[in-house]
Design a protein around this ligand. Structure first.
Ligand code: HXC
Length: 263
């Protein structure tokens, strides 16, 4: 991560947005252990940096976001190592999903297997029209192991998730949009600017409200409805104790733009 060190992940901050770029284009940005570890280090750095408001995950090159876990590395694993690798990826991707700052996946090409799972761990997915999505693991004698069997059905429904996982078929960005797997499809050449614009919009919002909204959606989504509603009310109530709520409501009433302090 430090300058001069060999790195499979690039990290740059511009306009309060941390761009985390998986940088193994010759291997279509396939995820080996070291790369996943670097993604987690980069994400933690962005979450901890008070000058960062939004995280963006993307892939280097024009062909791939991430074409999956590194098949060469997995080929040598035994059952125990496979299970450990799955848990390692799951917990690494959880860091993104649990980030109190919004995480956008800028999907610039193939998002397959662990790459599709990585995109699904982000809060918002914006895809270039050249993007391709799929869970092709069954063709390798595997199943999705980085959260895919669970996150995919939560995003697109069990029927479609089952079909994608059993067939291993790749789908286009438009089809991914149609089934709810991605939020937006944009021309490939405009992906970075469109993601930067979306990130700037989020960066202008109240950071504490964003964090509580993410918590309500993610934590509430795994609870029963009654408990989830109670959680929502508690998080909603906590907003009233913040300067951001005073500022946001005052700014509206005074017909000016809010300036949030994040407190
Ligand atoms: C290792 C990979 C790779 C991967 C591509 N490469 N995907 N290496 N792991 N997942 C490498 C190729 O071996 C090749 O290296 C180079 O990247 C370029 O790829 P090509 O196959 O030559 O490109 P192309 O013909 O355009 O085909 C693109 C592709 C294909 C359709 C995306 O590469 C492909 O099918 N890749 C594998 C996709 C996949 O099955 N992903 C799921 C993995 S399992 P060389 O050295 O030959 O040039 C998984 C499990 C997650 O993700 C859960 C873990 C817990």
């Amino acid at each position: 991560m430090e300058q001069g060190a060999p790195t499979a992940v690039e990290y740059t901050v511009r306009d309060r947005v941390a761009w985390i770029t998986v940088n193994r284009p010759k291997k279509l940005n396939a995820l080996n252990r070291a790369t996943v570890q670097e993604i987690t280090v980069a994400a933690t750095r962005a979450i901890d940096d008070p000058d960062v408001a939004v995280l963006v995950l993307t892939g280097a090159g024009e062909k791939a976001f991430v074409a999956g876990a590194d098949i060469g590395e997995m080929a040598a694993m035994d059952a125990r190592q496979g299970q450990d690798f799955g848990r390692f990826l799951q917990s690494s991707f959880d860091v993104l999903e649990r980030s109190p700052k919004p995480v956008i996946a800028a999907v610039n090409g193939f998002a397959l297997g662990g790459g599709c799972e990585l995109a699904m761990a982000c809060h918002i997915r914006i895809a270039g029209e050249n993007a391709r999505f799929g869970q092709p693991e069954v063709g390798l004698g595997l199943i999705p192991g980085a959260g895919g069997t669970q996150r995919l059905q939560r995003l697109v429904g069990r029927g479609k998730a089952m079909e994608l996982i059993l067939t291993g078929d790749m789908i286009s960005a438009d089809e991914a949009h149609r089934i709810g797997l991605v939020n937006r499809v944009v021309p490939a050449a405009e992906l970075r600017t469109r993601v930067a614009a979306a990130a700037a919009g989020l960066a202008a919002k109240s950071p504490v409200a964003l964090a509580r909204a993410i918590d309500a959606v993610m934590t509430g989504g795994d609870l029963g409805l009654d408990d989830a509603m109670r959680l929502e009310a508690a998080l909603f109530g906590l907003c009233f104790a913040t300067s951001d709520m005073k500022e946001g409501t005052s700014a509206f009433l005074e017909k000016r733009k809010p300036e949030f302090s994040g407190t």
